[in-house]
Design a protein around this ligand. Structure first.
Ligand code: ADE
Length: 423
């Protein structure tokens, strides 16, 4: 089992992990303050929480916070390539938190780890991408769902899946869509993905972005962040969209907007962040220039049609740690980053702690909310309560030393009079 493997993987690995966890904590003051409060109040006493998240130094700090609140958290990976083994080793050794995940685990092991987590009879699930929740609902674990009090979901892709389950009437417990908190998506999805995707591309390739033609497929919050940061590095940014409003936004944000078939001919770097399948496919690969980079920053590795790429290929070789080069029958080379998996978490460390601070503060407070409201919620996907969202933003501002204004009583009265129809 990987838990044992990670154990054996040795003390120096765990030491490196501990140092990185502590380094990240320095940039997670909101989560740290919640942890300190939790340690005194113990609002999560004895609660078993199954967490399926990217195993990173930031996630480690979330798990430590849950434990400070009295919970018994367990962790498995939400992606086979995003696990940081030193962090897994330290969580096991230094923090006595069970972890099931090892970088590069195959699909079978990945799902075996999900099942191991479910076998701990969780009362709360905390998911990133809804693999844990859907395994619980659709595989042999449905009876377990009766004992689950609630869950949280970290990412856009997961929320889309859970909302579909709710609409089909198959969701068996309430889930809080942490992704949809403003203090999450406006920062994590935009600035986190923007920076960490650039970081992942650079760590994998060390290419120069200035002067390159950079194609962003999808202009949601993640795509917006990436386009903005690529532009900041001097790239010429092209945006491909299917949604007219987002496309219009991209145009007015100053980007070139065009169909992917056309962008395929001019791009040097292509990144998908759409949440859908086969965004880059045969018709695009065949039009690409020689030696382009192709990668994905969406949650699942389904955005690049790898089967089509294989079909078109005569020779394949690993040219760098995270780069697989495909030579097509037409002689052109396509460099695939991190097997089409999340480039920011596979070649890099994921979003910086400073931004995960807010996402994971929302997670911790949402778990507390689920416990407080136990029995009063329906089997639906709920937004993070506005009070939690606002509290996280206020705490973040405070830790950044930023003060803001508040309404005068006259201004409050003016607004209230409109609400009450007395004006
Ligand atoms: N998702 C994106 N970046 C992450 C990080 N650093 N830790 C956990 N989940 C993430």
């Amino acid at each position: 089992m990987s838990q044992i493997k990670a154990d054996i993987k040795d003390i120096s690995l765990a030491k490196k992990g501990r140092e990185r966890i502590e380094w990240a904590r320095e940039n997670m003051p909101v989560l740290t303050s919640i942890g300190e409060e939790f340690r005194i109040r113990k609002p999560l006493e004895g609660v078993r929480i199954a967490c399926c998240l990217h195993i990173t130094s930031e996630t480690a700090n979330l798990l430590i916070t849950l434990k400070q609140g009295g919970a018994k958290p367990f962790l498995c990976a939400s992606n086979p390539l995003s696990t940081q083994d030193d962090i897994a080793a330290s969580l096991l050794k230094d923090y006595k938190i069970p972890v099931f995940g090892i970088k590069g685990e195959d699909k079978k092991t990945y799902y075996a780890h999900l099942r191991t987590l479910l076998e701990q009879n969780p009362q709360i699930t905390m998911d990133d991408g809804a693999d844990l929740t859907s395994t619980l609902h659709f595989k042999e674990y449905l009876s377990l769902s009766e004992k689950v009090w609630g869950g949280t979901e970290e990412t856009t892709t997961g929320v889309v899946r859970l909302r579909a389950m709710e609409a089909r009437g198959v969701l068996r417990y309430p889930v809080i869509a942490v992704n949809n908190a403003k203090s999450k998506y406006l920062f994590d999805n935009r600035y986190g993905t923007g920076q960490s995707t650039i970081d992942g591309i650079l760590r994998a390739t060390n290419v120069l972005l200035a002067g390159s033609n950079f194609v962003v497929c999808g202009y949601g919050w993640c795509g917006k962040g990436l386009a903005m940061r690529a532009k900041g590095m001097g790239a010429r940014v092209f945006v491909c969209e299917i949604d007219p409003l987002r496309a219009l936004e991209a145009v007015m944000d100053g980007f070139y907007v065009l169909p992917l078939k056309e962008a395929s001919k001019i791009g040097d770097i292509f990144i998908t962040l759409t949440g859908d399948i086969n965004v880059l496919r045969e018709e695009h690969f065949l039009r690409m220039k020689d030696n382009v980079l192709v990668g994905n920053a969406g949650h699942f590795n389904c955005e690049i049609d790898l089967q089509a790429l294989e079909r078109l290929t005569v020779e394949k070789k690993r040219v760098r740690d995270f780069v697989q080069q495909y030579r097509l029958k037409n002689g052109k080379r396509i460099n695939l980053l991190t097997e089409g998996r999340l480039v920011n978490l596979s070649a890099g460390e994921g979003h910086p702690a400073m931004v995960m601070d807010m996402s994971f503060a929302n997670q911790a407070l949402s778990v507390e909310f689920l416990l407080r409201e136990r029995g009063r919620l329906n089997n639906k996907v709920y937004d993070v309560p506005a009070q939690i969202d606002e509290r996280v933003a206020r705490l973040k501002l405070k830790t950044m030393g930023v003060k803001i204004d508040s309404l005068t009583s006259e201004q409050r009265e003016y607004l209230r009079s409109w609400e009450e129809g007395t004006r």
